[in-house]
Ligand binder design. Structure first.
Ligand SMILES: NC(=O)c1ccc[n+]([C@@H]2O[C@H](COP(=O)([O-])OP(=O)(O)OC[C@H]3O[C@@H](n4cnc5c(N)ncnc54)[C@H](O)[C@@H]3O)[C@@H](O)[C@H]2O)c1
Ligand SMILES: O=C(O)C[C@H](O)C(=O)O
Length: 353
C-alpha cells in the first residue's frame, strides 16, 4: 500500500464522520473483519462509550489482550474518546462511531456488544425512574444489533436492568434473532461489591472471596447468598443483616456520595470488563467459566432471573440452580421475586404495547 493511502487509512480511524470510514468498514467486512496490523482476537463494540462508564470501560477493553478490534459508539463525543484511547500501545485497533447513522457500521461483524448507554440516577431516584428514557435507548440499540450483528453476545448494563433485559429480548424476538443464551444483564457489580464487603467483615483479601448474588439488579431483588460464600464461613445474624443491606444499597451509597453528578462508573467499568472478559474466554472455548448474570431462566417461575451461569462458545450455556438456601435467603427470595415480576412485565409490555 502506498504511503499516502496508509496515512489516509489511519486518519479515517480518528475522524468517524469522514466518508473514508465507510470505505474502511467495507474493507474490514471483506477481510472477515480482521483489522490489519491488529492482534488476533475478538471484535467488541461499546455503545455509550463516551459516558461515565463508557470511557473507563473503553480504556480497560483496549488493555484486554483478547480484543483485536474495539468499536466506540455514542451519540456525543466519541471522536475525542476514540482519538485518546487509540494512542494506547496495546493490540486492539480502535474506531469511533458518532450518531445513529453510524450505528450499523459500529455493529457490523461484532462478537460482543457491551451497552452502558443511558441516563444514570440522581439522589432520591430509583433505577425504575430511569425507565422512561432508557427503555427507548435500549430498544433502538437492540434493533441495530438485530440488524447488524444478530449473533453477537450482548452485555446489557443500562438500568433498570430488571426491565431493559426483557425489552432487549422482546426486540430480538420481534426481529426473529433472539437467542436467550446470548443476552446477559450485567449484575457483576453486585458480586464485586459483595466480595469487597464480605472480605472486609472476614478480614480476608477480596480476591480470595466469592459471593453468589442472585435475583436481579435493584434493591431487594439483589439477593446475596451469604450461606454459599467461598471460602466457607458463617455470619452472625447482625452481620448477615448488615451485609445484605449494604450489598443491596451499594448503588445508592455511590449515588448519594456523588451528590447529583451520577452513579457508579469506575467500579462499574471494572465489573463490566471482568464480566466481558469472562464472556470472551467462554467464546474462546475456555472451560469452567462461571459468573452471575441476569438471563432467561427456568430456575424460578419468572422468565428472567440472575444466578450463576456457565459461559461458553454459545454464551450462557448453562444456568445454574440456586443451591440450598437458608431461611433468611428464602424470605429474601420471595420479596425479590415479587418486585422482579413487575419489573420484567413492565419491560415486556413496553415492546408488546
Ligand atoms: N448494571 C449495573 O450494574 C450498572 C451500574 C452502574 C450504572 N448503570 C447504568 O448504566 C447507564 C450509564 O451510566 P453512566 O454513568 O455511564 O451514564 P452517563 O450519562 O455518564 O453516560 C451514558 C452515555 O450514554 C450515551 N447515550 C445516550 N443515549 C444514547 C444512545 N441512544 N446511543 C448511544 N449512546 C447513548 C450518552 O451520550 C452518554 O455518553 C445508566 O443507565 C446507569 O444507571 C448500570
Ligand atoms: O445505582 C445505580 O443507579 C447504578 C448501578 O445500578 C449501581 O448498582 O451502582
Amino acid at each position: 500500500m502506498e504511503a499516502n493511502q496508509r496515512i489516509a487509512r489511519i486518519s479515517a480511524h480518528l475522524h468517524p464522520s469522514n466518508p473514508q470510514v465507510e470505505r474502511e468498514h467495507a474493507i474490514l467486512r471483506q477481510d472477515g473483519c480482521r483489522a490489519k496490523g491488529g492482534a488476533p482476537g475478538f471484535k467488541v463494540a461499546i455503545l455509550g462509550a463516551a459516558g461515565g462508564i463508557g470511557q473507563p470501560l473503553a480504556m480497560l477493553m483496549k488493555m484486554n489482550p483478547l480484543v483485536s478490534v474495539l468499536h466506540l459508539y455514542d451519540v456525543v463525543n466519541s471522536p475525542g474518546v476514540t482519538a485518546d484511547i487509540s494512542h494506547m500501545d496495546t493490540g486492539a485497533v480502535v474506531r469511533g462511531f458518532l450518531g445513529q447513522q453510524q450505528l450499523e457500521s459500529a455493529l457490523t461483524g461484532m462478537d460482543l456488544v457491551v451497552i452502558p448507554a443511558g441516563v444514570p440516577r440522581k439522589p432520591g431516584m430509583t433505577r425504575d425512574d430511569l425507565f422512561n428514557i432508557n427503555a427507548g435507548i435500549v430498544k433502538t440499540l437492540c434493533e441495530g444489533i438485530a440488524k447488524s450483528c444478530p449473533n453477537a453476545i450482548v452485555n446489557l448494563i443500562s438500568n433498570p436492568v430488571n426491565s431493559t433485559v426483557p425489552i432487549a429480548a422482546e426486540v430480538f424476538k420481534k426481529a426473529g434473532t433472539y437467542d436467550p443464551k446470548k443476552l446477559l444483564g450485567v449484575t457483576m457489580l453486585d458480586v464485586v461489591r459483595a466480595n469487597t464487603f464480605v472480605a472486609e467483615v472476614l478480614g480476608l483479601d477480596p480476591r480470595e472471596v466469592n459471593v453468589p448474588v442472585v435475583g436481579g439488579h435493584a434493591g431487594v431483588t439483589i439477593l446475596p447468598l451469604l450461606s454459599q460464600v467461598k471460602p466457607p464461613c458463617s455470619f452472625t445474624s447482625e452481620e448477615t443483616e448488615y451485609l445484605t443491606k449494604r450489598i443491596q444499597d451499594g448503588g445508592t451509597e455511590v449515588v448519594q456520595a456523588k451528590a447529583g453528578t451520577g452513579s457508579a462508573t469506575l467500579s462499574m467499568a471494572y465489573a463490566a470488563v471482568k464480566f466481558a472478559d469472562a464472556c470472551l474466554r467462554g467464546l474462546r472455548g475456555d472451560a469452567g467459566i462461571v459468573e452471575c448474570a441476569f438471563v432467561a431462566s427456568q430456575v424460578t417461575e419468572l422468565p428472567f432471573f440472575a444466578s450463576k451461569v456457565k459461559l461458553g462458545r454459545g454464551g450462557a450455556e448453562e444456568v445454574h440452580q440456586l443451591g440450598p438456601l437458608n431461611e433468611y435467603e428464602r424470605v429474601g427470595l420471595e420479596k425479590a421475586k415479587k418486585e422482579l415480576e413487575a419489573s420484567i412485565q413492565k419491560g415486556i409490555s413496553f415492546i408488546r404495547k
